[in-house]
Design a protein. Structure first.
Length: 318
């Protein structure tokens, strides 16, 4: 019963957050300078009748509250509106771009999970030793490298100098796409590896100092068993929390990497759409990022008690 109430509460919070986010995403367009009608009629000297026709065609003549209701109603029916620059449905525009960004984020996320967890765990298990200091220095250096700088360095070394990887485009077919996305994913993952690595180290060091870990070691349990069952499992909570926050960060940061590597993803599409006042596309992408962030964090909140029962016990005690 407690678990059901917890899930229902998370679902209610998720829906409320999405509703508030939709308000912010939609009405923020009225704070942006520029007229989308002028973009649609660029290079022309339209008559008042032509302006009125275009304005009515895109629903820009309606009151803001009615535009919002029409927009939300369309979203609930799978209609995200019509792009001003591509003159086609936003759903179709995103459908062409989304696979590239998803592939980029999935590969980068895998790199972040593997490298970040391994580096953080090794540093924690060698606290104060040479290995720990070397990893901390390495993470600090990596954390100071912006994504665009990392992209330039990777292209210069591994694409131009060594010729190991392509520097442009997303390829064709599954394996060719993965091959093309190795360098962009690495550039995207660099900063986030640092965050996961440091959180993993800190969380595991905290668990290594707990009394139940010392008792388990004193009873003669193998060190590997203690680390796996009592240290890493209990340290997963903070790592999961940070991982949920990374989802939105990866989607937003992808715009820089996609521009550097010439990838036609939603990140580069967002930059173009902002520049060209294509509000329907901008609103759809921002809402997509917010939704992904909220849903992933809600899922993590629901799964955390199953991974770390202490959190469920704490929630029940409160």
């Amino acid at each position: 019963m407690i678990a059901l109430r917890r899930i229902a509460g998370k679902l209610g919070g998720l829906l409320l957050t999405l509703f508030l986010a939709s308000l912010l995403v939609f009405f923020s367009r009225f704070l942006v300078p520029g007229d989308p009608v002028a973009f649609l009629l660029r290079g022309r000297k339209p008559s008042p009748e032509a302006v009125a026709q275009v304005t009515a065609q895109y629903g820009l003549d309606l009151p803001p509250w009615q535009q919002y209701l029409n927009w939300v109603g369309g979203i609930l029916h799978g209609d995200l509106g019509r792009s001003l620059q591509y003159r086609q449905d936003v759903t179709a525009v995103l459908g062409e771009r989304l696979p590239v960004t998803l592939g980029l984020v999935v590969i980068a996320g895998t790199m972040i999970a593997v490298v970040g967890l391994v580096a953080g765990a090794i540093a924690a298990l060698n606290r104060g030793r040479l290995g720990d200091r070397a990893i901390l220095i390495g993470l600090t250096v990596l954390g100071a490298i912006p994504s665009f700088v990392g992209s330039i360095v990777l292209i210069a070394v591994f694409a131009v100098q060594l010729g190991w990887f392509p520097s442009f485009g997303s390829g064709e077919g599954f394996w060719d796409t993965v091959y093309h996305l190795v360098l962009p994913s690495t550039a995207l993952a660099i900063v986030f590896v640092v965050l996961v690595g440091k959180v993993t180290r800190s969380s595991m060091i905290d668990q290594l100092g707990r009394e139940h870990v010392e008792v388990a070691i004193s009873r003669g349990l193998r060190r590997g068993t203690v680390i796996r069952r009592h240290v890493f499992r209990n340290a997963v909570g903070p790592i999961l929390t940070v991982s949920g926050m990374l989802v939105a960060g990866l989607l937003v940061a992808s715009s820089i990497v996609e521009a550097a590597f010439g990838l036609a993803g939603i990140g580069s599409l967002l930059v173009q759409s902002v520049d060209r006042l294509d509000f329907p596309v901008v609103q759809a992408i921002v809402l997509l990022v917010v939704t992904a962030f909220v849903v992933v964090n809600a899922v993590i909140d629901v799964l955390e008690p199953w991974i770390d029962p202490r959190s469920a016990a704490g929630a029940g005690a409160r």
